[in-house]
Design a binder for this molecule. Structure first.
Ligand SMILES: [Zn+2]
Ligand SMILES: [Zn+2]
Length: 375
């Protein structure tokens, strides 16, 4: 008998329990991942709080959360080895969504083309065998219809796992709004996805990049400048719309809203966008509606407003390439790694609930030393 696998299970809102599971038997088509790091983002907090919209392939509870896993292939079947091109000992990045196993694409082992999606790691019912469907654990089961990609093992795990927010930045700040050289880009929110949007917009040769943050975000905004932002706006002491329009000389072709829990940011985005502007809405608002949305402005300016939840798989691969290139100081975005026992601390820290720290990127790293946090 091999040792049980330790995990954290979200049994109901705000209740994360320690549990152990039997190590699953691996067949020809699947694999077992030893988690090196699991990234945490705003969705983790919303999931924890129970403020996530109902979504067809998401199980709210009970689940092992953790949808941004990075790990080492510990065990893999012969067919999976051939299909994914990886073997025992390889480090892999794992996409959050996995295929359904019933459609033509999945039958051809092409989960990337699976339209229905089987489920999402971190949001799959823990009661479903073999139970280990999330990254808040020592091991995670890899369904045959997973999308994995090998990653350079020499990169620190907390940095390598940033493939997820970076893929979001590449997608949301450039690909989706078709950002072209010469466009002005305003990014609302200076969290990990806001900062990754700065990197992406800079790489796309945007003419001007402006990013907003809260009063406590001074360090994040300073890092944003280092990563390529031309100007920053303090959303608490300055009028975001007036300042952004002033700095850009009239507005922006592209506005990316990454602010969590701030529905009025959509009103700001509409006011900042120029005619024919493209607005990408990404930061979930915890089910809060926006008020007094200036609908006529959307029409007069012929704006495109596009919601984004995830990103296409090739953005994940581009993000991995970019991290491996070493061209950007991603390590400056990784604030800390916390052990599995501190998963709850990690969620609260990222949500800004722990006074004295204002982290950018956090990861859960099983076996990492305990971190003393301010009370
Ligand atoms: Zn996430
Ligand atoms: Zn499918």
């Amino acid at each position: 008998m091999s040792a049980p696998v330790r995990a954290r299970v979200l049994v109901k809102p705000k209740t994360l329990e320690a549990r152990e599971f039997a190590r699953p038997a691996i067949g020809a088509d699947d694999a077992l991942l030893r988690i090196e790091a699991c990234g945490i983002c705003g969705s983790d907090y919303e999931q924890y709080e129970g403020a996530q919209p109902v979504h067809e392939d998401y199980t709210p509870y009970p689940v092992i959360p953790g949808h941004e896993p990075l790990g080492i292939i510990e065990e893999i079947g012969a067919a999976a080895r051939g299909r994914w091109g990886v073997r025992e000992g390889d480090r892999v990045a794992v996409r959050s969504g996995y295929g359904c196993g019933r459609c033509g694409a999945c039958a051809l082992w092409e989960p990337r083309a699976c339209l229905t999606r089987g489920g999402t790691y971190g949001y799959t019912d823990v009661g479903k065998p073999p139970h280990l469907w999330g990254g808040y654990a020592e091991h995670m089961y890899l369904s045959p219809y997973s999308v994995v990609r090998k990653m350079d093992p020499s990169i620190p795990a907390g940095v390598a796992v940033m493939f997820n927010p970076l893929a979001a930045g590449l997608s949301w700040a450039v690909t989706v709004p078709r950002t072209a050289p010469g466009d002005r880009v305003v990014i609302l929110g200076a969290g990990q996805r806001g900062l990754c949007s700065v990197i992406a917009a800079r790489a796309a040769a945007a003419r001007q990049i402006v990013i907003t943050g809260l009063a406590r975000d001074g360090e994040k905004l300073a890092l944003a400048r280092e990563l390529g932002a031309d100007a920053t706006v303090n959303a608490e002491t300055e009028d975001v719309v007036a300042r952004a329009r002033e700095i850009t000389g009239g507005g922006a072709e592209v506005v990316v809203d990454t602010t969590p829990y701030a529905p009025q940011s959509l009103n700001h985005a509409i006011a900042i966008a120029v005619r024919k502007g493209r607005i990408v809405v990404a930061g979930l608002k915890g089910l809060r509606p926006a008020h007094e949305l200036p609908v006529d402005d959307v029409i007069y300016k012929e704006l495109t407003i596009r919601g984004v939840l995830s990103m296409p798989v090739d953005e994940t691969f581009r993000a991995i390439d970019l991290i491996e290139s070493g061209r950007y100081p991603f390590e400056k975005m990784h604030t800390m790694s916390l052990p599995l026992e501190q998963a709850e601390d990690a969620i609260h820290a990222l949500a800004g609930h722990i006074r004295g720290i204002n982290p950018i990127h956090l990861a859960i790293v099983p076996g990492a030393p305990r971190v003393a946090l301010p009370a």
